[in-house]
Every structure is written in structure tokens, then in C-alpha cells.
Design a protein around this ligand. Structure first.
Ligand code: IMP
Ligand code: MG
Length: 446
């Protein structure tokens, strides 16, 4: 029995969907615990590509239960659409369970999200966050303010009516809201259709753990977008850390066995906020093109740059990572050298190696110090074929050194490597501190 937490170790879009889907093959329950329709988890199944927003990867595999957990904010109409789309394609194979405690995102939250971000931008163009405009921030704000509507409220028409009346009273300053009566009716209808899926999910997961089932917590967004520990205010409104995964699912910390941080071999960010290793020149353009770096939810172009070991060390400490999954190593294939940021020099001359300053502006002015590591060959089909056949020992030597360097710099073993989008393009290895070097791999070294 294993309880594993998968967390994003950068600014999002690290291929968490892919690694969660890979690990879900051995899981009985896959639980999402934060975020909502701002998420886009891309999974390449043999039957086609799926982008999951509010459902967990668990719904894609038979014999797996996909839980949309208590810490999530769910847009009920879009949730229905997502299920129908998967059903139509024959890909809804697992069971879907929706937490009765999860909060509902209403169309009024979506309008509010856009209105708020426009307001920030009007005051100061740099203040706009570039949210996904999916209503996530306002729904979490109403949760904390105790105005929120929960998924179980949708199944109780009288309660829903009263709660909605109260909520509308707080939003009179927001233009263009739909008439309340109309929305009440619409939500009650969706609620009655979703009712069979809306249940208390904590006891389901507790019982699973007690039985010895494998439970996977699927992180959304990422540690650097955490509302407290990320680059505030350029963050999302939830806790996408390992601690947040527990709060958002009702699983006690004492049950967790592994925390897997997912990082690309380089870095991307979508939306505003500091990004010290961003490359706004040719290299960034190269990464965007070769890596196909476009947002899965909003279609926005992602900002691109090199791997930031300073931030990765911070994330390792913050989340208690027990291993790393490094994705998209194929994108860097064919480069002569790969720069990695090993620390920053701050405007006052001090150095930073494993901290995130509380002021976003300080991080924006940090000067990254790079080392250039030798690059590895392109990932041709023949190389991929060899890796599929022989496993990690077929990875190019320079790449293994790169991974070894990540492990030694962060103190966390690299256990999974993604070398392509496909379901079978993940290889398991074991490079890192205190790990026996598996499959004849060289021990980690600089
Ligand atoms: P929100 O979560 O929609 O409020 O957006 C807040 C910030 O987090 C924006 O910069 C978004 O681009 C970013 N963000 C939210 N969800 C994701 C995600 O799943 N991947 C990457 N960035 C995200
Ligand atoms: Mg994404």
C-alpha cells in the first residue's frame, strides 16, 4: 500500500497529467485536492489526447476511482460537459466521485474573475495577474468569506436558493451578472443530475488506505503558484503544495509515503509574475516551438527559460520531496550546451540558493548565475525504441549527468524521466542521494 502525492515543482504545466496517468496504472484511487477548471492535465492515451480540467486522471482507467476532492472548486456545468465529452469518446472508464464539500464556481465567479483582473490592469498594467478567468480566485475568496456554495448545496433546492440570495447580495458592484432566479433554476437542475456522484469522499479514501489500496494524490498548478509560498500576488488561490494536497483531500500527514515533484528539464510560466531564468530571445522561442509550449486550458503562449535549481531546491524543502520526475528531456536533445541556474545574485550583492523572497519584485530583480552543462543527442525514434526496450541504461550519458546534477543539487533522487508525450514514454530510474544506482547507472555526481 502506498499513498503518493504528485506536486508541480515549478510554475505549472510540468506534465503532471502525464506522470499521474503513468502512476495511476498501479493506483486504485486518484484524488484531486485543489484547483478547478484553471487546470489542464494533458494525457496521451492510445485512443487520443485528453485534456482533463476538473476530473482526476483516475477516470481514464478501468478499476480506478477518480475523486474530485474537497479542496477543489468545481464549475458544475463544465464538469458535466467534461464527463460527457469523455463518455462520447469512450474514455470515461473509471468511476467518478465528487466531494460534497468542494465549492462550486458559478458563472458569477467567472464574470468577477475577469472584472477583477481588468480592474488590476487598469490601475497598473503590471498588476494584472493574467488569471485563467475561470472564476477560481473569486470562488476561493467566497469559500474563505463563508459566502460560498458547496456541491452538496446544489442538491438541496431550498438551501441553494437561500445561499444564492446571500451571495448575490455581496456582488451588487459587479456588472453583467445573470438574473438570480435563472441561475438558481439552472444550478438546481445540474445539481439533481450530478447528485448520484456527489458524496463525502474522505471516508472513501480513508477506507481505501485502511484496506491497503494504492492512493495517488494528483496535484494541480504548482508549488510556486501557492497562495502563501509562491510568487504572491502572481499566484493561484489554493495550496498546490504537498501539505495542501492533504488539507484538500482530508488525508492525514502520517499516511503519506512518497512526495513526487514534477519538473520540466527547463522552465515555463503562463500568466504574469517573476521568472528569473526566462529567455525572451531566440532560446526562449526555440523552447516554445520545440516544446509546443502553449497553455492547455487557455491556449496562451507560455514564457520559456532554463531550469532553475535555486527554485527547485526551495520547492524540494517546502514539499518534502522524496523523488523527482523530470519531463520533456527530449525537447533539449540536440543542443550543444544546456544552461542551468545554480543560484542568484540579489541587487544588494547577496546570493540566494534555495529561497523564494516574499517580495515578487525582489525575485524579478535577481540575477541568475548559470552553469552550462553538456547537451545530449536528439531523441530520434531509434533512441526512443532502445529506451523502451532496455530502460534507463539507454539514456544518453550526458543526459544522465544532467539528471545526476539535478539530484545532487537538490538532494532529491530523480526517479522518473519523460522523453516524449506518449503513455509509454516515461522511464523509471534511480539517480540520486542515498539511492543504490539502479540498472547500472552511474552514481550521481557533478
Ligand atoms: P488562476 O488560477 O486562474 O486564478 O490564475 C492565477 C495564475 O496562475 C495565472 O498566472 C495563471 O496563468 C496561473 N495558473 C493557474 N492554473 C494554472 C495551470 O494549471 N498551469 C499553469 N498556470 C496556471
Ligand atoms: Mg497545465
Amino acid at each position: 500500500m502506498t499513498v503518493r502525492v504528485v506536486v508541480g515543482a515549478q510554475f505549472g504545466d510540468e506534465a503532471k497529467g502525464k506522470i499521474t496517468d503513468y502512476l495511476a496504472a498501479n493506483a486504485r484511487y486518484v484524488v484531486r485536492s485543489a484547483g478547478g477548471p484553471n487546470t489542464g492535465h494533458t494525457v496521451h492515451t492510445p485512443e487520443g489526447t485528453v485534456i482533463l480540467h476538473q476530473l482526476s486522471c483516475g477516470v481514464l482507467r478501468p478499476h480506478t476511482v477518480g475523486v474530485s476532492g474537497p479542496g477543489m472548486v468545481l464549475q458544475p456545468m463544465k464538469l458535466e460537459d467534461e464527463m460527457h465529452d469523455l463518455e462520447k469518446r469512450g474514455l470515461l472508464r473509471g468511476e467518478v466521485v465528487i466531494s460534497d464539500r468542494a465549492h462550486a464556481i458559478l458563472p458569477i465567479h467567472e464574470i468577477e474573475d475577469a472584472w477583477e483582473d481588468d480592474l488590476r490592469g487598469k490601475k497598473d498594467p503590471h498588476a494584472s495577474l493574467g488569471t485563467t478567468r475561470r472564476g477560481v480566485g473569486p470562488a476561493y475568496a467566497d469559500r474563505a468569506g463563508r459566502w460560498g456554495i458547496r456541491m452538496s448545496d446544489l442538491t438541496r433546492p431550498a438551501i441553494l436558493r437561500d445561499r444564492l440570495e446571500l451571495l448575490y447580495a455581496t456582488k451588487t458592484h459587479i456588472p453583467g451578472l445573470p438574473p438570480r432566479e435563472e441561475l438558481t433554476g439552472q444550478l438546481a437542475e445540474v445539481g439533481s443530475r450530478l447528485a448520484p456522484l456527489i458524496r463525502p469522499t474522505e471516508p472513501i479514501v480513508w477506507d481505501a488506505i485502511a484496506r491497503g489500496d494504492n492512493v495517488l494524490l494528483e496535484g494541480a498548478q504548482s508549488a510556486l503558484l501557492d497562495v502563501d509560498f509562491g510568487t504572491y500576488p502572481y499566484v493561484t488561490s489554493s495550496h498546490p503544495t504537498s501539505a495542501g494536497a492533504l488539507v484538500g483531500s482530508g488525508i492525514p500527514p502520517t499516511e503519506v509515503d512518497e512526495v513526487i515533484g514534477v519538473s520540466k528539464a527547463y522552465t515555463t510560466r503562463v500568466g504574469a509574475g517573476p521568472f528569473p531564468t526566462e529567455d525572451t530571445g531566440e532560446a526562449g522561442e526555440y523552447l516554445r516551438r520545440v516544446g509546443g509550449e502553449r497553455g492547455a486550458t487557455t491556449g496562451r503562449e507560455r514564457r520559456c527559460g532554463w531550469l532553475d535549481l535555486s527554485l527547485l531546491r526551495y520547492v524540494a524543502r517546502l514539499n518534502g520531496l522524496t523523488s523527482l520526475a523530470i519531463s520533456k528531456v527530449d525537447v533539449l536533445g540536440g543542443l550543444d550546451e544546456v544552461p542551468v541556474c545554480v543560484q542568484y545574485v540579489m541587487p544588494d550583492g547577496s546570493t540566494v540558493r534555495d529561497l523564494l523572497p516574499s517580495q515578487a519584485d525582489d525575485l524579478a530583480r535577481a540575477q541568475p548565475v548559470y552553469e552550462r552543462l553538456p547537451g545530449w543527442p536528439e531523441f530520434h525514434e531509434r533512441l526512443k525504441e532502445r529506451i523502451r526496450r532496455e530502460g534507463a541504461r539507454a539514456l544518453p550519458t550526458e543526459l544522465r549527468r544532467y539528471l545526476g546534477r539535478i539530484a545532487s543539487e537538490t538532494g532529491v533522487a530523480v526517479e522518473y524521466v519523460g522523453y516524449g508525450p506518449g503513455r509509454d514514454e516515461t522511464v523509471r530510474l534511480d539517480i540520486g542521494p542515498n539511492r543504490p544506482s539502479a540498472q547500472g547507472l552511474p552514481a550521481w555526481s557533478g
